[in-house]
Design a protein around this ligand. Structure first.
Ligand code: IMP
Length: 439
């Protein structure tokens, strides 16, 4: 019953989609456990590029059941468009399952996200404006609409009659100039979503537990990354859910002792989208070069991602808080051609050397990076498939990142294609089953 959790160790966009795709041959079920259509996964299969926001990338493998767990907030319009788009390209989407308990992002959540961010001025979080925060807030307030409500006209009407006047009042108070939301129109739209999604709705926790009992290999796929976690990131510049590995339990439907391995995904440098402190940020031509070579533009918003050097301080923290058992290192190829590559090994904060990730965003904003410099390598490395085919300086760089992380880097990605991958060593998990799965 191996259960693998895939978790981002930085600020998201670490390449989790490629990792999931890479592990697809040994996987039966892929479960997305948090976030919503703020995320974007790009998977390249030959000539085809797939950009997915909600449907787990496992949908591209015919033997995999892709599951959207109860911890996800679902914008049904996005989900339906994605299912239709995949089907139009010949992908069988009938296997996709969405939890009856997942919360729905309603149009008023999107409006609230937009107007709130607009009103925060310089204090804005830089959200994706997809309504993620307002939908999770309603979930916690117990005023949310769940996927199961889309199948029950009476329950849906009752909920919306209660909540929509509140939302209209709040929107007006926040200065929104749009038309107020009208209950019957919302009910009609939501019921149309329900009709389209009905065959995909399931009790996904039972599905997960049955699959574990049957000895299948499940993969729990996080969105965003550890440093955007509501509890463990630099609050308030975070998302509203739990991307950390623990989120796979609450949002995916398995218990902590059912997790057999946690694979951390990190890039050979860092990126961040949205506001918030970022000690190793590069605002110069080198940053531009990395962003353009690495195509660092958001899959969801198209925003140019902020770019910076690799930062060891939050990585050590992320390895601990997720109990990472092995790491996949992505985008090493993007660093080819740089004469030297600095890595931040500690911060200087108020004249003191600090090696632990500071608890508060305010403290991180005062951190000045202390760098160790590594020699670069001039050649492109897209064709390397074994560690011996990497230039010695690239190997030394990967070795240094592995030592920093304190867990094995088992796979290094040297290009977007599934095949552009260097296997360094077999994975070892938290239990014997994970080792089996790696062979
Ligand atoms: P929200 O999740 O849209 O509320 O945005 C909160 C913060 O998380 C903002 O800084 C976003 O830019 C960031 N964020 C949300 N989703 C992603 C993602 O998939 N990749 C990178 N950053 C993200």
């Amino acid at each position: 019953m191996p259960a693998t959790v895939i978790v981002g160790l930085q600020w998201g966009d670490e390449g989790k989609g490629k990792a999931t795709d890479f592990l697809a041959p040994e996987t039966s079920v892929v479960v997305r456990y948090q976030g919503g259509d703020n995320a974007g996964h790009t998977v390249v299969l030959g000539e085809e590029v797939f950009k997915l926001h909600l449907v787990p990338s496992g949908v591209l493998s015919e033997h995999i059941v892709p599951v959207i767990g109860p911890g996800v907030v679902v914008n049904p319009a996005t989900l339906i468009a994605e299912l239709d788009g995949l089907a139009a390209r010949g992908i069988d989407v009938s296997r996709v399952r969405v939890s009856h308990a997942a919360h729905v992002i309603m149009p008023y959540h999107v409006a609230l996200d937009r107007v709130r961010e607009g009103g925060l001025g310089r204090g804005a979080v830089g959200t994706t404006q997809r309504g993620i925060g307002p939908a999770y807030a309603d979930r916690a307030l117990r005023t949310g609409v769940r996927i199961e409500d889309l199948l029950d006209a009476a329950a849906l009407r009752r909920k919306l009659e209660r909540v929509v006047p509140e939302k209209n009042a709040l929107l007006a108070h926040l200065g929104d100039t749009g038309q107020p939301f009208i209950v019957p129109a919302l009910v009609e739209t939501a019921l149309t979503w329900g009709v389209r999604l009905r065959d995909h709705v399931a009790d996904t926790t039972t599905l997960v537990q049955d699959a574990l009992r049957a000895g299948q290999h499940l993969l729990f796929e996080g969105a965003q990354g550890t440093l955007l976690d509501l509890d463990h990131g630099s609050y308030p510049f975070v998302t509203s859910s739990s991307p950390v590995a623990g989120g796979a339990c609450t949002g995916g439907g398995l218990g902590p002792l059912q997790v057999t391995e946690v694979i951390g995904i990190m890039k050979a440098y860092t990126t961040r989208v949205g506001a918030g402190p970022y000690p190793t940020e590069l605002t110069d031509a080198i940053g531009e070069r990395i962003a353009s070579r690495g195509h660092e533009f958001g899959t969801t918003t198209g925003r140019r991602r902020r770019v910076g050097w690799f930062d060891a301080v939050p990585i050590r923290y992320a390895v601990d808080v997720n109990s990472v058992s092995s790491i996949i290192l992505n985008k090493l190829d993007i660093l080819s051609g740089l004469p030297e590559i600095p890595v931040c090994v500690a911060y200087e904060i108020d004249g003191r050397r600090v090696e632990r990730w500071p608890a508060s965003a305010e403290e991180v904003s005062r951190a000045r990076p202390i760098y160790e410099r590594f020699p670069g390598w001039p050649e492109e490395i897209h064709d390397a498939r074994t560690p011996g085919e990497l230039p010695p300086n690239a190997r030394a760089y990967v070795d240094a990142l592995e030592e920093i992380a304190g867990v094995p880097i088992t796979v290094v990605s040297v290009g977007p294609e599934r095949t552009q991958t260097v296997i360094r060593s077999p994975r070892s998990g938290n239990g014997p089953a994970a080792g089996e799965a790696a062979r």
